[in-house]
Ligand binder design. Structure first.
Ligand code: NAX
Length: 325
């Protein structure tokens, strides 16, 4: 019998977790032969609701789920964890400005970063989904000086998956036929979803679609997809976000396929002229758990301008929470 892998999820009583936890418990990340123990973190008032989720998890009788830890204390939640999904965050309340939102979440993610620093496995992989995801990830990383920056990533996989779907639908192919789309920048409306380097059934995507569709239709559709889902469903994307979180962690653990990349928010090393020390979504490959930014792609003026806009937004976000990092 293999020893269990410890996986923590914050915001465990929330919408995304209601899909994510059941995927994890069904073995989505490590398969049917690898036991897991889930560490579920919530704020104190949400613990009664979380008890209901725990009852359902148990009632699923998933063979890989060997234990559940429930807590409102990050140090208990992250103790000896190997994989951490930071999903919980404060949503924007009435009258709250963007800077207030950044500030309140900065406090949450600095506390969680310090707890990870103290008690998590030294090789822990921390995936930040809770918004503003990129800057929250930066705060957590900066508050965990004894962990490597490579231990942290921000989720841009939902945007990446949305881009694959839009391009596949436009070309009338299956999503599996689309490769190497890129999300550059922030998980926000300034992100640049890019198909300049994408392939559809091994053909250049831009040879199959009109440039005007790419600029006037595709880009705004991906940038605003979250808002459109909220309008239709009355609730924000949850199942697709949970799937994306599993996809991103899965690539991080198992690697990317030869000749393919995925998008991940990682600490900028100055690649493509992006300011260092921002959590910026880049195209990346992963080998043996090590994430590498894809280098050497030719960036045209149009793309560079789009990347700059998102970089600027991330710099502004960082300036707002600078006192906490
Ligand atoms: P919910 O509001 O349904 O759930 C969030 C949960 O987090 C709540 O149960 C809340 O009690 C908990 N929470 C709040 N503060 C916490 C803390 N300090 N410690 C532990 N738990 C805490 O939101 P949900 O729809 O699940 O979305 C979660 C986050 O994901 C939001 O910030 C959302 O904006 C963000 N998203 C990010 C996406 C991405 O691609 N990066 C896409 C989907 C989603 O919008």
């Amino acid at each position: 019998m293999k020893s269990p892998i410890h996986i923590a999820v914050s915001g465990a009583a929330g919408q995304i977790s209601y899909s994510l936890l059941f995927r994890l418990a069904a073995g989505a990340l490590f398969g049917p032969d690898q036991p897991i123990i889930l560490h579920l973190l919530e704020i104190t008032p949400a613990l009664p609701a979380l008890e209901g989720v725990v009852m359902e998890l148990k009632d699923c009788v998933n063979p890989v789920l060997h234990g559940i830890v429930v807590t409102d204390d990050p140090k208990v939640a992250f103790k000896d964890t190997d994989y951490v999904f930071l999903v919980g965050a404060r949503p924007r309340g009435p009258g709250m400005e963007r800077n207030d939102l950044l500030e309140v979440n900065a406090h949450i993610f600095s506390t969680q970063g310090r707890a990870l620093n103290e008690v998590a496995s030294r090789d822990v992989k921390v995936l930040v989904t809770g918004n503003p995801a990129n800057t929250n990830a930066l705060i957590a990383l900066k508050n965990a000086p004894n962990l490597k920056p490579e231990n942290f990533s921000a989720m841009s996989r939902l945007d990446h998956n949305r881009a694959i779907n839009q391009l596949a639908e436009k070309c009338g192919v299956l999503s599996a036929d689309v490769k190497n789309v890129i999300i550059w920048g922030n998980h926000s409306t300034t992100q640049f979803p890019d198909i300049t380097h994408a392939k559809v059934k091994d053909q250049e995507a831009l040879s199959l679609v009109e440039k005007s569709w790419f600029i006037n239709d595709f880009i705004p559709t991906i940038q605003q997809r979250g808002a459109v889902v909220i309008k239709a469903r009355g609730l924000s994307s949850a199942a697709s976000a949970a799937k994306a979180a599993v996809d991103q962690m899965s690539n991080w653990v198992k690697g990317t396929k030869a000749g393919e990349w995925v998008s991940m928010g990682v600490l900028s090393d100055g690649s493509y002229g992006i300011t260092e020390d921002l959590m910026f979504s880049f195209p990346v490959t992963v080998t043996d758990g090590k994430v590498s930014i894809v280098k050497g792609l030719i960036i045209d003026e149009f793309s560079r301008e789009r990347m700059r806009l998102s970089e600027l937004e991330l710099k502004e976000e960082k300036a707002t929470i600078m006192h906490l990092i």
